[in-house]
Design a protein around this ligand. Structure first.
Ligand code: IVH
Length: 690
């Protein structure tokens, strides 16, 4: 009997051991298969050089799928079986994506004088002996590629610089963007920044009706954007039209670089396409020659560029110079002059902005510059009319400044047409509300009636519903104009209180549209703090400033009780901005509006605004392995709470987070008497700040 029992247990044990063996065996097999497939993907999509036939590839994929189904606990969301495209299966499509580090813009100059005045001279006062990295300025769409453990997990457009749209689904289909990084020792988390664009040849091909309804884009940039935003299953070949070059990085862990050139070289090593024309120069003369060369020969390049970008090569020196609100001080875009066209001035309309400032808008016969049709340009203020001695009927020169904003640069006086010129009358009364216009010392005309002036109200309401503010769908420019013109709404509160009764007074607005509008208003009960601040329309306060304010003040109440000194201490807020904010929050009418808004809208204070936490501004290093949290998640959470993560222990380090199997960092931290906490403590602190 006993012998029988023993035999039974031995067989059971052998069975269990066999199962464990099988599990390890298949785990290894699954991992190897994934690696193999990802490698084929890389060759196929990046090198454009597949060394496996489609049916063989599909066989490998289905083998992996079978094994993953057999051992579901070995499934992984980054497995090639979960990916998109002809060689990718299901879809990954996240709507919004926070950039780990904001995506800033670049300051522009258009001539040598400004280049020296705005860039070289100010820098030279602080630092001398510099090397500059000179790159081409690609004319496409900026993209932020997030690689986790070498795998592309998100691809976000620039958006407002803080949050972009995740278009990973489409980006995965662009051959030159690798799904998997090549080489060894890539960082666990890496944001790669660059530009997606379409070559000139492919642009022509696109417009030659080769892709059904995706044709006739007016320029390469809009074509790139149009393709990237496709959100339905169409001929995937359209994505083969897109190319990519990287020009830098955003967030990175583990690796530190000495200069921009080193970053680009490393990116190339990882299999990321970079442009071969980048050059390092230390002399201004050579930089100007680089610019001149590409200005002359840009037509020979297969893609459009709109200038060059000059960057300080050394990263430490970049850090010394730092950033303005929207751009680095260590880089500048030196743009090519744009094309000019001659046309006829038809009329001037005086437009009233949301703060009452009157801007003259010139309307002229349509011209096409660099593929874009243009029929109006703003004149900034009435000085501009006088400076140009502008009259209706004039022959005017239009330039697309920086290839974006159209500008009247010149008036061609032709004796033959002199008699036909008609004087432009500068208004003394507001064209909207007839109140007497005022003038600032700088000759800027403005209407001081505030929101009782219908045009100002319309402009403010458009700002209020816009994407960066409260973001209310289905309430557009036309509807706002009609509602205000018919006296159906007098302020934002009326807009939030719109109902069936009021909306049915608008012509051509069916029940379906009314329901959509009402539903969209109903959905908008919660808004993040930064967007709420932006929606208030404080003069000259942009979205980035609102973001900084939202990070500084934990509540709206604190913001409303602030003072000028405190405002000046906020990152990127200068004298003028702080004064604008201070004046705004000290106006009784504004406070009444805010109070009424709060009856309808709840402000969400994002978690990362919560500053007084244990980790905030602490310099933290991490060592070892963690059981309940992945290292990358740990870092992410710490960053959200405002921690500064350092790879190595230094004298200045505030804290070491200790996992199992620590490295020599532990010894160093003990020697330097640095505070050490373990995983449990970190997790309990995270719980506290949840
Ligand atoms: S660097 C922090 N380098 O230009 C500054 N930008 O006008 C990061 N662009 O949004 C930009 N070529 O999308 C950089 N070689 C280049 C570029 C480049 C094109 C785009 C980029 C940026 C825009 C700013």
């Amino acid at each position: 009997m006993e012998k029988k029992n023993l035999r039974f247990y031995i067989i059971k044990l052998i069975n269990i051991l066999y199962k464990i063996y099988k599990l390890f065996y298949y785990k290894k097999k699954i991992i190897n298969l994934r690696k193999k497939i990802l490698n084929y993907n890389y060759k196929y999509h990046v090198l454009n050089n597949s060394n496996i036939l489609d049916y063989q590839y599909d066989k490998l994929l289905s083998k992996l799928e079978k094994l993953e189904n057999l051992y579901p606990y070995l499934k992984n969301k980054y497995s090639p079986t979960k990916l998109v495209g002809s060689r990718y299966k299901s879809l990954i499509f996240f709507k919004k994506s926070y950039h780990k580090i904001p995506m800033l813009s670049l300051n522009n100059v258009f001539n040598k004088n400004d280049l020296f005045k705005n860039f070289f001279f100010p820098i030279n006062k602080l630092i001398n002996k510099l090397n500059f990295c000179c790159e081409l300025k690609f004319d496409g769409i900026a993209i932020n590629l997030l690689y986790k453990n070498g795998i592309l997990i998100s691809a976000a457009t620039r958006g407002d610089g803080i949050i972009g749209e995740n278009i990973l689904k489409n980006v995965l289909k662009i051959k030159s963007i690798p799904y998997m990084l090549k080489g060894k020792n890539f960082p666990k988390i890496l944001e790669i920044r660059g530009e997606i664009f379409i070559t000139k040849k492919k642009f022509i091909k696109l417009n030659q009706q080769k892709f059904g309804k995706y044709k006739l884009f007016s320029n390469t940039r809009s074509a790139t954007y149009g393709i990237l935003k496709i959100n339905k299953d169409i001929n995937e070949k359209i994505f083969n039209l897109l190319n990519f070059y990287s020009y830098g990085i955003g967030f990175i862990d583990q690796i530190r670089f000495v200069n921009q050139q080193e970053i680009l070289t490393k990116l190339e090593y990882f299999g990321i396409p970079i442009c071969k024309y980048t050059k390092i120069y230390s002399s201004y003369y050579k930089i100007i020659n680089f610019y001149k060369y590409f200005k002359k020969n840009r037509n020979l390049l297969p893609y459009n560029i709109d200038g060059i970008v000059i960057k300080i090569n050394n990263i430490k020196k970049q850090k010394i110079l730092g950033y303005t609100n929207h751009a680095p001080k260590w880089a500048i875009a030196y743009k090519f002059p744009s094309q000019e066209k001659l046309t006829l001035l038809k009329k001037i309309i005086f437009q009233i902005g949301r703060t009452g400032v009157i801007t003259p808008i010139a309307y002229f016969n349509t011209v096409n510059i660099n593929g874009v049709n243009i029929n109006f340009a703003t004149l900034y203020n009435i000085n501009e009319i006088k400076r140009l001695n502008l009259k209706i009927g004039d022959h005017i020169v239009i330039q697309r400044c920086g290839d974006v904003i159209p500008k009247i640069t010149n008036v061609i006086i032709n004796k033959q047409f002199l008699k036909k010129r008609i004087n432009i009358l500068i208004p003394t009364l507001c064209p909207s509300c007839n109140s007497i216009l005022k003038k600032t010392v700088n000759n800027i005309l403005y209407c001081k009636s505030g929101l009782s002036c219908k045009d100002q109200l319309k402009a403010y309401l458009k700002h209020f519903v816009s994407r960066d503010a409260i973001n209310i769908n289905f309430i557009g420019k036309k509807l706002i104009n009609k509602l205000v013109d018919k006296n159906l709404i007098k302020n934002v509160i009326d807009l939030l209180n719109l109902n069936n009764n009021i909306l049915s007074k608008i012509d051509n607005l069916g029940n379906k549209s009314i329901n959509k509008i009402l539903q969209s208003l109903k959905n908008k009960q919660k808004v993040t703090f930064n967007k709420f601040l932006f929606s208030l329309g404080i003069p000259e306060i942009g979205i980035v400033t609102c973001y900084h304010i939202s990070l500084f003040f934990t509540t709206l109440e604190k913001f409303l009780n602030t003072n000028l000194v405190e405002l000046r201490s906020i990152k990127n807020i200068g004298k003028k901005t702080s004064l604008n904010i201070f004046n705004f929050i000290n106006k009784k009418d504004n406070i009444i509006i805010i109070k009424n808004l709060l009856k309808k809208i709840k402000i969400i204070y994002p978690k990362n605004i919560f500053k007084k936490n244990y980790f905030y501004q602490k310099k933290i290093t991490i060592t070892g392995k963690f059981i309940f949290i992945t290292r990358s998640n740990l870092i992410k959470k710490l960053i959200i709470l405002g921690a500064i993560i350092h790879t190595y222990i230094r004298k200045k380090t505030d804290l070491l987070i200790l996992g199992t199997h620590p490295s020599s960092k532990l010894l160093k931290a003990t020697k330097l008497n640095i505070k050490i906490i373990n995983e449990n403590k970190v997790l309990s602190l995270f719980q506290k700040y949840k």
